[in-house]
Design a protein around this ligand. Structure first.
Ligand SMILES: [Zn+2]
Ligand SMILES: [Zn+2]
Length: 148
């Protein structure tokens, strides 16, 4: 069951789709609602499983469109299946815990002070290459509680 979509999320998704000439269809709404309510990256299959009204082929096609317009991002790991989540434009900046056993990905956030010193260190390291940093990604790899 997909829950209600937060209004600001809804508006952002609608405008990203609209700017690219796409409609915010029912299927797209349901995919966004599922990703939002689950709060972690999901495979195509997990999205379909969570909502009876969704079918695999249509979810896949719509994920491609949502990725194209910057609503979702596709995460690839060692796991056989890609996982999808809402982009940092829609949800807050965060990091991932990736399980090497089952491929599950959980979101986590770092304190603002840690983010600050992380950005500082990254900028320092990058300055040697005259590289200008816009953003960073940080994933922790390990074994989740179900796989231990
Ligand atoms: Zn696991
Ligand atoms: Zn960060």
């Amino acid at each position: 069951m997909a829950s209600e979509i937060d209004r600001s999320v809804d508006e952002q998704v609608a405008s990203l789709l609209g700017d690219a000439g796409f409609r915010y269809s029912t299927v797209r709404r349901r995919i966004v609602a599922t990703l939002l309510s689950t709060g972690k990256p999901l495979t195509n299959y997990q999205i379909v499983e969570s909502d009876d009204s969704l079918v695999q082929s249509s979810v896949y096609r719509n994920l491609v469109v949502l990725e194209q317009v910057g609503v979702v991002t596709r995460l690839t790991t060692d796991s056989e299946f890609a996982r999808y989540e809402l982009t940092d434009r829609i949800i807050e900046h965060h990091h991932h815990l990736i399980c090497g056993g089952c491929g599950d990905i959980a979101d986590f956030s770092l304190p603002a002070s840690v983010e600050q010193s992380l950005n500082l260190s990254l900028r320092k390291a990058a300055s040697k290459f005259k590289f200008s940093i816009d953003d960073h990604r940080l994933d922790a790899i390990g074994i989740c509680v179900s796989c231990q």
